[in-house]
Design a protein around this ligand. Sequence first.
Ligand code: 13P
Length: 304
Amino acid sequence: MSSAMPGMMELMQRAFRAKTAIPGFNIPYLPMMEPVVRALRDTRCLGLIAVARLEWMKFHAGGIGPVFEEYERVKDERFTRLHLDHVPVIDEDQLLVDYEGDLGLAVRLGYDSVMIDASRLPLAENIAATRKIVDMAHAQGVAVEAELGAVLGHESGPMPPYEELFASGKGFTDPEEARRFVAESGTDWLSVAIGSVHGVITEKRKEKKIEARLSIERLDAICAAVNIPLVLHGGTGIRKEYILESIRHGVAKINVATAIRQPYEALLPESLDKAREAVYDRTVRVIREDLELEGTADIINPLT
Ligand code: 13P
């Protein structure tokens, strides 16, 4: 990012204050990146190009370096920033990850923000791991996202029935824990569990995603406790009225992966060009219709 451009800490604060949101689009295949950048530019929406560790482990994103190189080639700093999504301390297969290595590399290369996901650890260990990454990233001016609570979906085992999960509130972020977590870890943004689930990444990944709901009551309680930008993962398939309401109640970043990955995978056997155009069309539709975020760059990142 060039020094004249505002960084991600500032941009997220602006989105949070304006009660709008920055979408993060995940790129599990490098050829998806250019059409997503084009869609952001054409809708004048400020968004993040994002890659999660599982997208170079289980899909074809290439890795932290290849994603950075492709981003440098196609970026448009009026409308885009680069984010390293989910680097877990323990991954979805319960294996330990060299998270400091991955996050350190992204910070050195020049990613604008990074996410440490220690949410599978007990609270004190989640705080300690996040604090370490915050200190390392802040020394280079890079913003940090962390997660508290259990946003399910990526785990290899079967998921409990959704309605049961939602009704019980099991795994939802606890406001008092969130208060302590933010104060002690120093994270810039917090990913919260309030009812959304991640898209499936196992052999069932071609199926339509369940329609999730959100507990706006829980979101309000968390927001009042921490007063920092909150992040909604599992952005595909959440009922629209809940998404719009969540943006008015503290969610300043929404992650979207499945919605733009499925059309790419469906059309790729036919032609790469068609697959890329399907990504463009779907990204425009998500920004315009599902999230109603067209034109937000003019509010969050205006030309001075
Ligand atoms: P979806 O696949 O449900 O859009 O979730 C994306 C996500 O949260 C990536 O971190």
